[in-house]
Design a protein around this ligand. Structure first.
Ligand code: GLA
Length: 486
């Protein structure tokens, strides 16, 4: 699908050299609830781990997976983490915040929807989970494996508990969660704040308690709660999302809550209070760069205006990543009427993103502190697509503990220049050519508050340059540069 030169990112191999600690530096967990957390690290393999400062209720194995239960008392614990390989060792402090806030950095993982839509089963989920481990994505911090719509049996059980499709999930969701947890991964599930989901499976309305309890008993770690078949007004949405948020908070498990009402009722003003750690800000993304509100550009534009609502534990969600689908995703490759589901007439087909556009997609999502949820067939990732998802510097910008969403420094029809403040005083800057011809974009260091003698680090290529009075990037059509300045 590439009609343009591949940006030079593939030269960087995250799995060579001395160890590097990736992933969240701040982890939120509810008091007394189960913790399963795989420390994430790249560099040449194998990497061995030690963690000091763990509360007595937690233990770590040699693979760096921390397991156990959070202490009962709210508070912060500093875990002193060391990763070692044959080429050296490195240390980091990872904070464990025991309290009511989860997702202190944007969730990372994978979701079944973009690629598989309604064709989802246990085998597909397990294959994806294995691929997260085998490709090294887990070593960057990808940890949630989320089943989207269509996991459901035709009906709930007679006692009202939710039931999975017995053909697609013959051993049930709990058995699947156990297998994921054994690999240091987490399981996500999907429901809807109405009687039915977007795919017409049973929804969660009036079953919030029993659903949250069952999810907790299954070992579910993440819930995406959709809004098809629900009334349009905001008051009802606030009430319905609040009911599920409350049920999850009392479920006895730390379940990250993702609200998905597509931004129509300004969820950024009420979703945190409803208990949601993230909320969709836009309609579904489709596998195209332009196409008005449907593609990467339109979605990013809308999400960008909402930066002040983002921060640790509450994130704007501009939808999942398209990377790796190349127009073939069952949900994102075609537009059907209405937009969800696969049984409706096809209105439009998308060819997918070019390599340059996919590079820009990940650049913008990292700058916007967006959740990084891949959603393609992970067992067949192209090396270039995998490199887009596994660049430690880029992931670190997304996961920066400050939780700042980039602000717009300059935005015109041809170019966007964004700035994201980083913990420790640095800034990340992205320059994106939104035009259809190659173009040079530049910005003065002064506008970014720089002195002019700082080191400018290219997050994609890992090259270092000195900053000039102007920071300049020569960019192909739809191409981006992503720079870090300390
Ligand atoms: C809606 C959501 C999508 C997906 C589908 C499932 O369209 O926005 O992300 O979950 O429903 O049917």
């Amino acid at each position: 699908m590439s009609d343009s030169t591949r940006p030079e990112i593939i030269r960087y191999d995250p799995f060579a050299g001395p160890p590097r600690i990736n992933g969240a530096r701040r982890i939120g967990i509810r008091p007394g609830t189960e913790l399963i957390h795989a420390m994430a690290g790249t560099g040449s393999r194998p990497i061995t781990w030690t963690v000091e400062g763990l509360p007595a209720t937690l233990a770590v194995d040699a693979a760096g997976i921390v397991r156990g239960h959070a202490p009962q008392t709210p508070g912060t614990h500093e875990m002193r983490v060391r990763a070692s390989n044959t080429e050296g060792s490195t240390d980091a402090v990872v904070q464990l915040h025991v309290g009511s806030t989860l997702a202190l950095t944007p969730p990372m993982g994978w979701n079944s929807w973009n690629v598989y839509a309604d064709a989802v089963d246990a085998e597909t989920i397990l294959r994806s989970a294995r691929a997260i481990v085998d490709t090294g994505m887990r070593d960057l911090g990808y940890q949630y494996v989320n089943i989207d719509d269509h996991w459901h049996a035709p009906e709930r059980n007679p006692d009202g508990t939710p039931a999975a499709d017995p053909r697609a999930f013959p051993d049930g969701i709990g058995a699947l969660a156990d297998q994921l947890h054994a690999a240091g991964l987490k399981l996500g599930i999907y429901s809807d704040a109405a009687e039915k989901t977007c795919g017409n499976c049973f929804g969660g309305l009036a079953h919030e308690r029993i659903d949250a309890e069952t999810y907790a008993a299954w070992g579910v770690d993440y819930l995406k709660y959709d809004y098809c078949h629900a009334p349009r007004d905001a008051a009802t949405a606030i009430e319905r999302y609040g009911a599920m948020g409350d049920a999850l908070a009392h479920s006895g498990r730390s379940i990250v809550y993702s609200a998905c009402e597509w931004g129509g009722r300004r969820p950024w003003t009420w979703a945190p209070e409803a208990g949601a750690a993230l909320w969709r800000t836009t309609w579904d993304i489709f596998d195209t760069f332009g196409a008005g509100r449907l593609g990467v550009k339109g979605i990013a534009r809308r999400n960008l205006g909402l930066g002040r609502h983002a921060g640790p534990g509450h994130w704007n969600d501009p939808d999942m990543l398209l990377v790796g689908n190349h127009g073939r995703g069952r949900a994102t490759g075609t537009l059907r009427a209405p937009f969800s589901g696969n049984w409706r007439p096809k209105l439009w087909s998308f060819r997918g993103l070019t390599d340059v556009e996919a590079h820009t997609h990940v650049t913008l999502w990292a700058m916007m502190a967006a959740p990084l949820l891949a959603s393609h067939d992970l067992s067949e990732s192209d090396p270039y697509d995998l490199a887009l998802l596994t660049n430690p510097e880029v992931v670190a910008i997304d996961q920066d503990p400050l939780g700042h969403q980039a602000r717009v420094v300059e935005q015109s029809r041809h170019g966007w220049i964004l700035e994201k403040r980083l913990a420790g005083g640095g800034v990340a800057v992205s320059l994106t050519n939104m035009g259809r011809r190659p173009r040079t974009l530049s910005i003065t260091g002064e506008r970014l508050g720089l002195r002019g003698d700082e080191e400018v680090f290219d997050a994609w290529t890992h090259e270092v340059q000195r900053s000039h009075p102007r920071i300049t990037a020569h960019l192909p059509a739809h191409g981006s540069a992503l720079l870090v300045i300390h």
